[in-house]
Write a protein that binds this ligand. Structure first.
Ligand SMILES: Cc1cc2nc3c(=O)[nH]c(=O)nc-3n(C[C@H](O)[C@H](O)[C@H](O)COP(=O)(O)O)c2cc1C
Length: 198
């Protein structure tokens, strides 16, 4: 296994060099480049960093439970099928919100706008971060955020096993969209598009 350019405290003499090292070090440091690493418990941090290179939008997913509304910040959202209209997202089985979303018959997926970082941060920390002024309810009592860039009101179509996550497939019953710029998540950071041309 090859590791390059480790940037961290505690590994100063590895900067800008290539080293064959004990893979367990990868759980303590952030690396800029890795090669041919086998995914394992020891290399989970590096695996997450590599996955984090995939920039995504940010969604807020809401549902109704017997205890009240619940929400979660999620970036595993993806489109699946146009006909029928299907989308997917995945939820960690260890999440305290797992049972609520796993058992929800309906949920709403909101694609967040760049000025909705507050919602993303709040619902990453706490599933009950609802503020009355920002929410409507649909007929199924699923909370709908007022300012989202796009919204997909879904019925749960299927739940598939996905290792330490479950993959939830939603059938879109209604959707909405408004003009605006998305909130972006990449390499553990939130951001937006700049106006620069690529
Ligand atoms: C940008 C971002 C994306 C996230 N995406 C997911 C996701 O796709 N699936 C998931 O289970 N948790 C995801 N999370 C974590 C949850 O939002 C939340 O922080 C976590 O469920 C907290 O643990 P708890 O549910 O036990 O309270 C994400 C967090 C952030 C900040």
């Amino acid at each position: 296994m090859l590791v390059q350019k480790i940037e961290t405290q505690g590994a100063e003499n590895m900067h800008d060099q290539q080293h064959n090292i004990d893979p367990s070090i990868l759980n303590n440091v952030h690396v800029l480049q890795t090669e041919n690493v086998k995914p394992s418990a020891e290399t989970e941090r590096a695996f997450r960093d590599a996955l984090g290179c995939f920039g995504t939008g940010v969604t807020l997913i809401t549902a109704r439970t017997d205890q009240g509304p619940i929400g979660m910040t999620v970036n595993s959202f993806a489109s699946v099928s146009l006909d029928p209209a299907l989308v997917l997202w995945s939820i960690a089985k260890k999440s305290g919100r797992y049972d609520a979303f796993r058992n929800a018959s309906d949920y709403a997926i909101h694609i967040l706008a760049k000025n909705q970082l507050d919602l993303a941060m709040a619902f990453a920390k706490n599933g009950n971060s609802f503020n009355d002024q920002e929410w409507d309810m649909n007929s199924g009592k699923v909370p709908l955020a007022k300012r989202a860039l796009a919204r997909f009101e879904c019925e749960s179509e299927a739940v598939h096993d996905g290792g330490d996550h479950s993959i939830l497939i939603g059938r879109v019953k209604r959707f909405s969209q408004r003009a605006g710029q998305p909130l972006i998540f990449n390499a553990g950071k939130f951001g937006t598009f700049s106006d620069d041309e690529i």
